[in-house]
Write a protein that binds this ligand. Structure first.
Ligand SMILES: [Zn+2]
Length: 136
């Protein structure tokens, strides 16, 4: 049984989105400190990545584990209300993500997905970002 009203549910979803934004900011800060400059949500790049490095042809996507369905992650829950509706939404998200990755690759771009839960280990995250950005 669902214990949340639709208003509470809406507020929860907003909180999740706000959290996503916090992750993006953290990633931006790390990348900036590493000395890389980027374009934010550039419409000229396939899939409008969170961070785009145009001349390097590299893109970073910051994915919330819930919305983008991080496999095996404890944040990848499914709401009890309208599971079919949610499943449909999730399936569409995954299909879109996969298509974007594929199209970027075809266009000669490299892309990196950072998951929300990876933010906990700042050192490992910084290392991953550095490795991705420095590789030619
Ligand atoms: Zn996760």
């Amino acid at each position: 049984m669902d214990v949340l009203t639709s208003e509470q549910r809406r507020q929860n979803m907003q909180a999740i989105r706000a959290k996503d934004t916090g992750i993006e900011k953290t990633i931006r800060r790390i990348v900036w400190r590493l000395g890389y400059r980027y374009r934010l949500n550039s419409k000229s790049v396939i899939g409008r990545p969170d961070l785009a490095f145009i001349s390097r042809r590299k893109a970073i996507f910051v994915h919330g584990c819930f919305w983008h369905r991080h496999p095996g992650c404890r944040l990848t829950t499914t709401p009890k209300t309208n599971p079919e509706k949610w499943q449909k939404k999730f399936t569409a998200n995954i299909a879109r993500d996969t298509l974007v990755q594929q199209k970027l690759q075809e266009a000669g771009w490299k892309s990196l997905v950072i998951w929300e839960c990876e933010i906990k280990d700042r050192a490992a995250l910084t290392e991953r970002l550095q490795a991705f950005l420095s590789e030619s």
